[in-house]
Design a protein around this ligand. Structure first.
Ligand SMILES: *Cc1c(COP(=O)(O)O)cnc(C)c1O
Length: 399
């Protein structure tokens, strides 16, 4: 019965020709990635920690994935720790470094940007509420970009770490990671960046970026959900947050999720090879979308940086529009987008990030994020640009 019901739903979705414009939430797994994963479910199923041939083969597959990621990050094997997701990588970076630095040198101060993903934001909040750390927020400009010139003043001797998102998920803004890293390096403060959104489109050389820690999550770059990685510079101490066996250099216990790690490696390899091709495909479509919407919709604004933004990312606010209603009506027309606000229905509150940009509620509540990807076509975007203004005109209050 249950299976029949699911099939029925899938059929309905296929028939209605849906257009997926929410690649910032997740991406479909590349078919090449699926193919790379399959043997590791039932043929090469060994535990990488086992001594025998089954174990060795699985261990080889994990090391191969690690090599691919090391290549892209320009780091050593033992600097890549596989985790269960981007969220876990962020948790391990923040909690792991904060607790280690407190133990080592009594550091109790953490600096983060106000536009961090909840995985960083709420980990920092817990470090404050339960572990007694002091959290301070970096100033940002109107585009959500960290103000470089203020960082030096805020860093202290007792700063345990600083964390700044590489490319923002909600508003697409790219932060000056390399420059922030230079300051941190000079003052010897551990620096973490959440690169979960950035992986498909931005360079990830950790030496160039001057970072000590960098988080990845596979399902944002056409890999599987439920697997991620953390780059951690050698010689930087972290306390493991999941304890048990000696996996991942004693820093993340738990039997390796071999097929998912293999898939992550393959997706990462493809992302590196096809980065420029993907940008060349997506950026003109995104530019067309932004220009078209800003020109055809009165009282509309782009959120995030106009230039330093992810090439697949468009985000707007529309004055006097209910963002949830907008998303529902777009869905009825077949378009899957998202809003800045994490709320679903009832109790509408603007997102923390849009609030940090000092937008009034009557703007911030009408947010829309459109994120493009490999399957997006010019025709889809042109049709979308015809549909969206009509819906907005219909639902706008005080029209
Ligand atoms: C999606 C996302 C995460 C969380 O990654 P998961 O693998 O879904 O846990 C963290 N940070 C950013 C910027 C993200 O976009």
């Amino acid at each position: 019965m249950r299976i029949a019901k699911i099939n029925f739903k899938m059929n309905k979705i296929n028939k209605r020709k849906r257009v997926y414009l929410d690649y910032g939430a997740t991406t479909p797994i590349d078919s090449r990635v699926v193919a790379s994963m399959l043997p590791y479910f039932d043929q090469d199923f060994g535990n990488p920690s086992s001594i025998h041939a089954y174990g060795q083969s699985a261990e080889g597959a994990v090391q191969n994935a690690r090599d691919i990621i090391c290549g892209g990050l320009n780091c050593q094997q033992e600097e890549v720790i596989f985790t269960s997701c981007g969220t876990e990588s962020d948790n391990l970076a923040l909690r792991g470094v904060a607790l280690a630095e407190r133990k080592r040198r009594n550091a109790n101060h953490i600096l983060i940007s106000p536009t961090e993903h909840p995985a960083v934001q709420n980990t920092a909040k817990q470090l404050a509420s339960i572990f007694g750390f002091e959290i301070e927020y970096l100033p940002i400009d109107e585009y959500g970009k960290v103000k470089l010139e203020k960082i030096r003043d805020l860093l202290r001797k007792e700063t345990a770490l600083i964390s700044v998102i590489y490319a923002n998920n909600e508003i697409g803004t790219i932060n000056p990671i390399q420059d922030i890293g230079e300051i941190c390096k000079e003052l010897d403060i551990p620096f973490h960046t959440d690169a979960v959104q950035a992986t498909t489109y931005l360079t990830l050389d950790v030496k160039d970026l001057n970072v000590d820690l960098l988080s990845l999550g596979a399902h944002k770059f056409y890999g599987p959900k439920g697997v991620g990685a953390l780059y951690k510079r050698n010689n930087l101490q972290i306390v493991p947050i999941q304890t048990g066996g000696q996996h991942e250099f004693d820093l993340r216990a738990g039997t390796h999720n071999v097929p998912y790690i293999v898939g992550m490696g393959e997706a990462f390899k493809i992302a590196q090879i096809e980065r420029l091709t993907r940008i060349a495909h997506i950026k003109p479509l995104r530019d067309f979308l932004i220009n078209s919407i800003l020109n055809s919709v009165p009282n509309s604004k782009l959120t995030g940086h106009p230039v330093d933004r992810m090439p697949n990312h468009a985000s707007f606010v529309f004055e006097n529009v209910d963002g949830n209603e907008l998303l529902m009506l777009l869905d009825v027309e077949g378009y899957a987008c998202s809003s800045g606000s994490a709320c679903r229905s009832g109790d509408p509150k603007p997102s923390e990030i849009l609030k940090s940009l000092s937008l009034d509620d009557n703007w911030a509540l009408g947010s829309l994020r459109v994120t493009l990807g490999t399957a997006t076509t010019r025709n889809q975007i042109e049709k979308f640009c015809e549909t969206l203004p009509k819906i907005l005109h219909r639902i706008r209050k005080n029209n």
